[in-house]
Structure formats: structure tokens, C-alpha cells
Design a protein around this ligand. Sequence first.
Ligand code: GFP
Ligand code: GFP
Length: 841
Amino acid sequence: VEASIPEPQREAWTKHQVSGFKDKDEFESEVVRHVETTLARSMFNCDESAAYSAASLAFRDRLILEWNRTQQRQTFADSKRVYYLSLEFLMGRALDNAMLNIGLKDVAKSGLSELGFRIEDIIEQEHDAALGNGGLGRLAACFLDSLASLNYPAWGYGLRYRYGIFKQEIIDGYQVEVPDYWLDFNPWEFPRHDVTVDIQFYGYVHKVQDESGRFVSRWEGGETVKAVAYDVPIPGYDTPSTNNLRLWSSKAASGEFDFQKFNNGEYESSVADQQRAETISAVLYPNDNLERGKELRLKQQYFWVAASLYDIVRRFKKSKRAWREFPDQVAIQLNDTHPTLAIVELQRILVDLEGLEWDEAWNIVTATFGYTNHTVLPEALEKWPVGLFQHLLPRHLQIIYDINLFFLQSVERKFPGDRDLLRRVSIIEESQPKMVRMAFLAIVGSHKVNGVAELHSDLIKTTIFKDFVNIFGVDKFTNVTNGITPRRWLHQANPRLSALIKSKVGSLDFLKDLTLLNKIELSINDKEFRREWADIKYSNKVRLAKHIKESTGVSVDPSALFDVQVKRIHEYKRQQLNIFGVIHRYLTLKAQSPEERKKAQPRVTIFGGKAAPGYWMAKQIIHLINTVGNVVNNDKDIGDLLKVVFLEDYNVSKAEIITPASDISEHISTAGTEASGTSNMKFVLNGGLIIGTCDGANIEITREIGENNIFLFGNLAEDVEDLRHSHTYGNHQIDPDLAKVFEEIEKGTFGNPHDFASLISAVRDHGDYYLVSDDFRSYIETHALVDEAYKNQEEWITKSITSVARMGFFSSDRCINEYAEGIWNIEPLKTQTKDGTGKDE
Ligand code: GFP
Ligand code: GFP
């Protein structure tokens, strides 16, 4: 590796080596220095926001030094790296995470206190980095934490959206979307104006003969946009390893603006090009699980994938290895189909630019990529119109056609004459218009395809990808059950619980090996431990109650049973089932005498989540929740027996308050629709029980914690098809109690019934695709069991402790180790070695 500073001058560099703060005094002087220099303020005008900025800069300085060392170690070791390509990284806040992972939160706490600030208030100043929609994006963030914590040489590649997921406001019970401009001050990113890539769009393809007489394709013309790298350091927990998340931002390639036009006085149009280029990385698309085929989205995908591959290939070429060694040095994981174009782009680089033969290139490509699927919902699988491709990426379309041709030829050899099979598996769907099926392209171009929970991985093999199992063999398809990072979702979100567990495990080692949690089961009869356990839950509920009061104005009693459902709003996740159940509870209470009511278990039902702006039904669900809350919360007969709240703008930092405060949480998707779910894991890890369907990871959670510790209900995935079918024949009889709920809505009890007509008719008149009525009875009966169980607090605490003790499997560390071994074939890099290469001890 070449160093830019010649040998004789390096001594000066070594002498002046920078190091980060090590103790409270040094931390304080760093904070003061940043306040007075970087921020140009002083003790006379340092508010909490400035203190947050300065504290973050102090930590950032430390991080970036370790980041540099980590990158150097990885470069010197020259071992295989993994690149995680994800269009979403839902990172949340960084300061608290950095302090805890580095292990200097206490130092920062007392330092800030001496400077006149409370650390909690400082942490609160940070704007969430909300570059994701939900589970998929948060999974990517948990993976980055685990990759760094386990010392894997790994980079994330994503887009630096100027606007993250919209901010949600609730106005008159309706969701209103407000832009989330989060970049005003972001100390966690490093712009790399020297790391840029020119990305081409549109244009045309022609064949030319190269020096050796070979015909090669040249892609020319069109427009060019510049990708600029922004690096975000990812600190590992209790290790110096600090990995990189590289986010690309788009800029006009031609510079600021068109000077010609500017000089001619056309001021406005002179900046048009610049704005058009910057639009590419401007917004994160909200996910409604329905592909809408927007050109800008495809542009985003190619922009990001092409910049990332250019960077990866450039790094590989520095090692001067032969191309066939590429898969020994590089593993690329495709988080869903969004980065599938990477497969085509690498083939293009190898064949068109590097001159490899098609087959040799294709072997390299397929050995490099792995593809993770996150949904079986057919309407969510990405497809792009061929015409759009032809226009935007003409050379890529040709390559896709060739990939498809060779693939279909191989299918034909294996299954001669099976025309229908060819039609079914073709990467090009022969529809009007023709479409490119991205999931099929991802399967054909990868060496492994995985689902994210056992049931889901089985389902993809028997439904959407069945034909591909026959073609490629079953070994290409595998499962890696999702996980979550215990650093953020236990230690950071629930510090008291983490401390209590530490007192029983003997150390914080469970944060690195979550299976050590099983040690707390030995203390299950320890009275003091149990009391502290219950007290922690109670104080987390007090904290949430305070947040509810501040954000909604509703007072809730922390001793009531807190029932939570927070996730993207979607019909398949069935928040409508929940709110219909709440109405049923309300009607039941109303029908009771005051005497009977005294026996009822008080409840607070808490909702949170965003609806995609174009998803009408989801928005109606939010509206219904709010109107029901309005009626119920103000009903004197009901009082504290039932409260219904919708928490506005659910995001990662709110999840950190909500998750530790649940008694029960809801994971109630129609069986077979939720690929995994990850919040189910977070709630259980924080001592909350769950009510759920036999879906996604609920099944494996049940297996681990025992079926006495979970409230399962509803129809099984294997019966869903038949049930749906039965709805369409003869009369679809809906559950009588659900019918009463509908009657009440239609009477106008919760506002204008017209507003909710589509929610009701989806169930009653349009085939009840999500089986709301089929599962309703078992849902409300199971909730009755929850009420009963909660009355026996001792039993409940036993369930809670037992569940946490058995959650070790669901760490994202386990998950990343499985990917590393089964899919990527990479090893962790040692952080301390004699020669600094990280290669050996
Ligand atoms: C280069 C150097 C590294 C350095 C990074 C970050 O890496 O030592 O830390 O840049 O600027 F080799 P590549 O991106 O070229 O791998
Ligand atoms: C998607 C799936 C979830 C799954 C996550 C992560 O998340 O079942 O747990 O990906 O694999 F739907 P959502 O964004 O839809 O929640």
C-alpha cells in the first residue's frame, strides 16, 4: 500500500499523532474547544443544542480516529470484505449509541454535568436519522452494529436522502405528512468531496471492434450525474472496530450551474440541471408494499448501485489480483430486490469495460452476490416496465435479455419442452407492457437466496420461488432468522433492566453473547430480583405515560395493562383487527353494570406507525383509531378502564421509549404474510409478553420461550388459502361480534360512518383477504386470557423473566455470524496484532 507521505517526513506525523479524549477532563476540554471554535460560541450562549453539537463532535473525533485505524487494518489485511447494499438504513440517534458502544457514557455524563447540562436533555437534542420505512431499514441498522461489534470487515452502502421518511402529524385524527429535513446539522457524516463517481443515464448502445477484433458494446450519450460519498462511522460495542456506512449524494456533474445560460440572463433555467441531478437522492420512497414503477425510483437504484460497485471494484483493483479472485475478496448482500441492478452492473463492468468473456464474468457475478427476500406478498415484488429500462438504461436491458436467454436455455436443457415453466420463470414477464421481474433476476444472479424467518423461508420455497427450487436445487435457498442488536434494544433503551441483568449474569458480557441471558432464570424465585424487575417495568410505563400526556394530552394510569402495536400501518399487519377489538371491548364495558365493570382489567391501547401517503386504507385505519380514542377517552362510564392513544410520528427514538414500557404487544398479521417481524423480539427482550399469530418469527419465539409464555391465536398459514377461497363462494358470514362492531361504526358513534365504509366493506363485501373476521373470535378470546393472566402478577412476572432469559437466539450477532459462515464466507478481523495487519496473532 502506497502512503502519501514519504518516509523521512513520517516521523513528524508519528510525533504529532492525534488521540481522542480518554477521561472526563479531556472530554470537557474537547467540548469547550468545539463550542468555542467549531461552533463559534461561548459559555454565554451555549444552549442545549450547542452542547449536543459539541459533545457529538468530541465523540465523532474519537470515532473517526478508530475508523481510520480500522480501515487501514482492513486494507493491510487484504482479506475478504462484505458489502451490505440497502436502500434503507434506519439508524435513529447516534450520540447515545456511540457513548455506550465506546464505553464512555459515564464519563460524558459527569463531564456534561460539570459543564451545566443533563445528559438526557443533550441526547434528546438529536434528530433521528430516519433513512428507512420500518423493519427492513432497521434490520440493516442492527446488522451494521453487529458487523462492527463482531469485527467483520464490512461496509454498508446506501443513499444519503436529503429528506428521510416524512414526519407524521395527526391533525383532526388524520395523518398529515411533513417533510423531514434532517441535515441542518449532522456531525455524524464526513463528506468526501474527493470520492466521487460519474453515473450515466439514458443514451444509446453501439457495437465497436476493439484492438483484438472483438465486438464490444459501448454505452454512450445521455446524461451524467455525480455521486458524492458521505461516510458515517459505525462504532462496534466494546471493540475498537469502527466500520463504514457510505451514503451517496447526487450532484450535477457539470458543476454548479450552466454558465452559458446564466450569462444570457436565464437565471432560473441555469440552475435547473443542478436541481434535477440533486432530485435523485432527495427523497426516500415510502413503502406501501405496492410497486408503483416510478422512473425516479429506478434512477435512484441505479445511481446508488453504480456508485457503490465502482467503489468496490476500484478497491479490489488496488490489490492487483486476477478477476477470478473477486469473489474471494468481495461478498455483496442485496437487501431485498432494490439493489438487484448491481448484478447487471457488475456483469457490464466485467464484460464491456474489463473485457472478460461472458461466462467467466457470470461465474464471478453469481459467486459474489447473495439476495435476501423480505416479503411473499406478490404485489410487493418489484417489476419495472421494459420500456422504462430501454430508455433509462439501454445497455443494462440488453444484458438482462442475455442473462435471461442463457438462463432459459439452461432451464430448457433441464426440463425440455416445458413451455409453461419457461414462461413462469422468465425474467421478462410477457405482460402488457412487458416487465422486468427483479426478484427473479436477483435469484438467477446470486449464489444464495434467504428468507428472514423459518416459516417465511419455507413459504418462499413453496410459493413465489417454487419453480426456482426445482431449477437450482433446494440448497440455493436458505434461512437466516432475523435478529436485533441488544446494545440499542436492551442496554440503551432499558438501562435499568440491563443493569439488573448484569447483577445476575456477573458482567455485561450478555451484550456480546446474548445466550448468557439464560443465567437470570436461576434467580426466578429471588424476591428482591422479582420486585426490581416489576419496578423497572412500572417506571418505564410511567415514562411512557408522561410522553403520552405530553404528546396527546391524554392521561393514562401506569398501573393499567399497556397494550402496544407500533409498526408501519398496513392491512396485512392488521391494525384494523386491533381497533375493531378495542371497539368490541368498549361495547362490552358499556353494556356492563357499574358493579360488573369493577372487575374489568384496565387497559391502555397504544398505537403508532406511519401510513404510506398514497395508501388510502391505511390512512383510514389511523383515522378510525383516533376517532375511537376521542369517544372512549372522554366517556365518563369508562374512565380509566380503557384508553386508546395514537402516538404521532413513530420512529426509532420513540421506539426506545415505547418498547420497554409494554405489558403486551401485538404482532397479529394474517398468518403467512409477515416475513419475520423484529419488534416482536424487541418487546420480549424488554420483558413484555406478546399476543400474536403463528406467523414470521413469532413461531420461533414461541419455540424458544415456551408456549406458556406467549398468547397465540388465529388461523394457521396453511389454512389461509382455503379460507380465502371459501369467502368468495356463497354467503360470507362474518363473526356476529364483529358485525356488532360494524353496526356501531355505521350508527355514527365514531364520527361520520362514511369515512370508514371502505374498512368495513373490505371485510364484509370484498372477500376479507386478510381474514379479519375469521380470526376475530379467537383474537378477542385470547385478549380475555391476557386480562386474566395479568391479574396474577406473580405468574406474569415469572413469564416475563423466563421469556427474557430465553431470548438469546434473537441477537443480530447470531444472525450476522450465520450470514458470514453460510453466505459470505468471511472471517472477523483481529483488532490487535503484532504487525498491525490483523491477520494473525
Ligand atoms: C482508502 C485507504 C484507507 C482509508 C480509506 C478512507 O481506502 O486506508 O482509510 O481510503 O479514505 F486505503 P479505499 O476506499 O480505497 O479502500
Ligand atoms: C420487512 C418485513 C418484516 C421483516 C423485516 C426485516 O419489514 O416482516 O421483519 O422486513 O426482514 F415485512 P417491514 O418494513 O415491512 O416491517
